[in-house]
Design a protein around this ligand. Structure first.
Ligand SMILES: [Zn+2]
Length: 150
């Protein structure tokens, strides 16, 4: 029996969770969630990109989600290089610059605030969207909520 059998495609908690692709993160257990409760989006860093906004907009418009949880983590691989270093590395290896950004960052708190501000301004997300940001500590599983900042 498939794990999703009998579950609605509409997330029961009306929530989208964005986090890093880091293989140590169990996105469900970090929040005590189960299948059927949230949409989980993941990419390198857990960064809001055009494609993340695309998925969030579809999630809201077609599958009734209203809350967004943004989760970055301490010790993320995206803090281990800069945008420029990575582009140079790729150019040295392939002779080409990537058409996309890595969104490398230094401080996950600053990054989460950037993403909260970006989503608040997004014209396609519903204006009543609840947006919360967190930084996950992989050592002890603690989630620190990040205020939106000034
Ligand atoms: Zn990461």
């Amino acid at each position: 029996m498939a794990r999703g059998e009998g579950l609605s495609a509409v997330p029961a908690l009306h929530t989208v969770l964005l986090t890093c692709m880091d293989c140590r993160i169990d996105a469900y257990s970090a929040f005590g969630l189960a299948p059927g409760e949230v949409h989980v989006l993941r990419n390198a860093g857990g960064v809001v990109t055009d494609d993340v906004v695309r998925s969030m907009t579809i999630s809201q418009r077609k599958l009734q989600t209203r809350e967004v949880l943004l989760v970055r983590h301490a010790g993320c691989g995206l803090t281990s290089f800069t945008e420029e270093e990575f582009a140079e590395e790729l150019a040295d290896d392939t002779g080409m610059q990537p058409p996309w950004r890595t969104y490398a960052f230094g401080d996950p708190v600053v990054g989460v605030r950037r993403d909260m501000a970006l989503l608040r301004r997004d014209p396609f997300l519903r204006p009543d969207t609840s947006i919360r940001g967190f930084v996950l500590d992989l050592q002890d599983g603690h989630l620190q909520e990040v205020d939106a900042g000034a």
